[in-house]
Design a protein around this ligand. Structure first.
Ligand SMILES: O=c1ccn([C@@H]2O[C@H](COP(=O)(O)OP(=O)(O)O)[C@@H](O)[C@H]2O)c(=O)[nH]1
Ligand SMILES: O=C(O)[C@@H](COP(=O)(O)O)O[C@H]1O[C@H](CO)[C@@H](O)[C@H](O)[C@H]1O
Length: 342
């Protein structure tokens, strides 16, 4: 099997474009200090948006860290919003007590019927904030530091040709039997990376294409649709590549990222959502025309009362790729010209 490490002389190589992109658009969080960025920031405003569904255990520390380091000590961040994504726990209270502005996902743009999903929370967070630059940080992180935010802002504040920055990190998989130092990112390694390398090899240089920490210019984020479920990240990457080119994208090494892990079956549903998003983009951008559109119903089997002759419970989920339109279109329709339209 033709396998080689990139630094060995061998016939296998990523494309010349990716080879040029990697050193030019990859950096480290340590390259960007909060004080230096504050000096560069001037009139540019920054919003941090945290999508949070049932994150009472972790969201408070993340909020306190952003407030302490990047709003009180160095006022780099102007707005800190937690989007309470239909939580059943004390996420909203914990986030508010820690100093965040909190908005219920379904209360944003209430004229629209609410939808469930991470992408919905992110899109509503974008609508409910006003910053020129928007930083998205997951609410289930255990080792978040404010370097995540300064690292993501660095390329955006120092290079106007950069539109969108993804974090990357080592991703331990923490389980009951111990920690696998690089076992995390299971859907990334098993689904997203292989498919992106097959159909969008221009994106092969992204170390963590599904990273939940990323930042972008508002005008860019408001110009693209948001898949309302876990397909949101892969949808962003493909849409921005197609609309603005690879050089508008960058990535920053944020060190290590530990987060709450979902079950294998939950990741199966996530994988299906990501695949359906990718198939939707394959059709949208003419990279693959399928005679038969993929089905969206996923059947999974769990221990449970017998049925269907297989002595397991069959659990059905519709993974359809539903999406919100670019916010810029809503704003135009709203006619108010107001940046915040929620
Ligand atoms: O419907 C949802 C699903 C997820 N999330 C949040 O999105 C982030 C990433 O989701 P999750 O941890 O479930 O994904 P994973 O990191 O396991 O891939 C977390 O802060 C979740 O609370 C959300 O706000 N709404
Ligand atoms: O990268 C992945 O494979 C998944 C699952 O990570 P783990 O295997 O639980 O470490 O996590 C990411 O994927 C989601 C879909 O794009 C993002 O929304 C999450 O923020 C990100 O953690």
């Amino acid at each position: 099997m033709g396998t080689n490490r990139a630094n060995e002389a061998s016939e296998l190589k990523v494309s010349a474009d990716v080879g040029r992109w990697l050193p030019r658009r990859s950096s480290q969080a340590a390259d960007w200090g909060a004080g230096e960025l504050l000096a560069i920031k001037r009139g540019t405003t920054v919003s941090v948006v945290i999508p949070a569904r049932d994150e009472e255990k972790t969201v408070g520390d993340i909020v306190r860290t952003v407030r302490r380091d990047l709003m009180e000590t160095v006022p780099l961040v102007d707005e800190l919003l937690v989007v309470d994504s239909r939580s059943q726990d004390a996420t909203a209270r914990v986030a508010a007590e820690a100093g965040a502005t909190v908005v219920a996902q379904d209360s944003v743009l209430p004229m629209l019927s609410g939808m469930a999903g991470k992408g919905e929370a992110l899109w509503k967070g974008l609508a409910a904030t006003t910053g020129d630059l928007v930083v998205f940080v997951d609410g289930d992180l255990y080792d978040f530091t404010s370097d995540y935010v300064t690292g993501l802002l660095g390329p955006l504040l120092t290079d106007e040709s950069v539109a969108y920055v993804k974090g990357f990190y080592h991703r331990p998989l923490v389980g009951s039997s111990g920690t696998d130092a690089d076992g995390g990112g299971r859907v990334t390694e098993l689904v997203a990376r292989p498919l992106l390398n097959m159909y969008w090899p221009e994106l092969a240089g992204f170390v963590q294409p599904l990273a939940g920490e990323y930042a972008g210019r508002r005008e860019v984020l408001e110009s693209i649709p948001f898949v309302v479920n876990y397909g949101v990240e892969i949808g962003h990457l493909i849409d921005i590549l197609e609309s603005r080119g690879l050089d508008a994208l960058a990535q920053v090494d944020l060190g290590k990222r530990t987060h709450r892990h979902q079950s294998t079956q939950a990741l199966g549903r996530m994988a299906g959502q990501i695949m359906l998003t990718l198939f939707d983009r394959l059709e949208r951008y003419g990279r693959l025309i399928s005679a038969q559109p993929p089905a969206t119903l996923l059947a999974q089997f769990q221990r449970g009362e017998s049925g269907h002759g297989v002595s397991r419970e069959m659990v059905l989920t519709d993974l359809a790729c539903q999406q919100r339109p670019p916010l810029s279109g809503l704003r135009a329709a709203d006619g108010s010209g107001r940046r915040e339209i929620a």
